[in-house]
Design a protein around this ligand. Structure first.
Ligand code: ZN
Length: 300
């Protein structure tokens, strides 16, 4: 496993004499680092890559797909529900340019249906639908060792941002159903999309249920969280952003503009002040001259 950061999701390399399989490939900006890690002595070490698999289509999970497929000539397998989005390269549904993010376009070779079973790294992995943070997402569960590759459906401290009810009424109920599914699996080890792997899913699930309950009680809180994590994610790949430009930015970026229209219904100045103010107070970002710069962040 390669533990990355908030800009690039982790990679899981499942090794087998029948062919090595890589789950998730990071953000496009750091694709050269992803290629180096995957090729290196802890990775393929000169052997070929047989397949790329994605938990979901967000930019921090598929950003190395194109470069890796080019180098290794290997097929790319994605959740069946998201295959049409890649075929159409739907930058809105995939939250690319629509959310001020990018990814190199790639071709889908295989689709993975929920409920299907795959042998990767000499282990059986069940693909399970894990909608919520991303409505087409999958998690991969190995029942023998009770290991879960959870993507952004469960982290040690929470889960990936969720759309407010006002934008997608399915997202919060789906998030609850996915947590219930994971709780039913009796997971011993979680390999999350971000952060170190961890043992014992129970405390992580407890924290996620608490966050979800707070979200279910307050749609504006869901929207504030989404607006903040998406902007802090942009700060990670932009590295700095002039604070004075933020009101214009929340009008230009569709994701932010739509959150405002559906939930905040306020001026761009007020929305920008909310985003910057809350991120500064929480210590997620800091001011440097007239710029906002990242301190630490989460997005998924
Ligand atoms: Zn995600």
């Amino acid at each position: 496993m390669f533990v990355r950061d908030w800009l690039s999701a982790n990679h899981v390399l499942l090794r087998s004499r029948d062919g090595h399989v890589l789950v998730d490939t990071g953000y496009v900006q750091h694709a050269p680092l992803t290629l180096a890690l995957v090729a290196g002595h802890r990775g393929l070490a000169g052997e070929p890559l047989a397949k790329i698999v994605n938990t979901h289509g967000h930019s921090d999970h598929v950003g190395g797909n194109a470069a890796l497929a080019l180098r290794y000539g290997c097929p790319i397998a994605v959740p069946a529900a998201e295959a049409p989005l890649f075929a159409a390269w739907d930058e809105k549904a995939l939250l690319y340019s629509y959310a001020d993010q990018s990814a190199d376009r790639f071709a889908v070779d295989e689709t993975i249906e929920p409920g299907s079973v795959h042998v990767w790294g000499d282990l059986e992995w069940r693909a399970l639908a894990a909608p919520g943070h991303d409505m087409g997402a999958l998690v991969f569960f190995n029942p023998e060792h009770r290991v879960l590759i959870s993507g952004d459906a469960l982290w040690e401290h929470g889960f990936g941002f969720v759309m407010p009810r006002a934008i997608d009424p399915r997202a919060l109920p789906a998030t609850r159903a996915t947590l219930d599914l994971i709780a039913s699996l009796d997971v011993r080890t979680v390999i999350p999309g971000h952060g170190e792997p961890f043992a014992d899913a129970a405390p992580a699930l407890e924290r996620s249920y608490a966050r979800l309950e707070a979200f279910e009680a307050d749609d504006e809180r869901v929207a504030r969280h989404a607006a903040k994590v998406m902007f802090s994610y942009s700060l990670l790949h932009r590295r700095r952003f002039p604070e004075a430009r933020l009101p214009a930015y929340v009008q230009e970026v569709g994701f932010q503009r739509d959150l405002n229209a559906a939930v905040f219904r306020t001026t761009p100045d007020a929305m920008a002040a909310m985003i910057a103010g809350e991120l500064l107070r929480s210590g997620a970002i800091r001011r440097e001259g007239g710029d906002l710069v990242p301190a630490a962040s989460e997005a998924g």
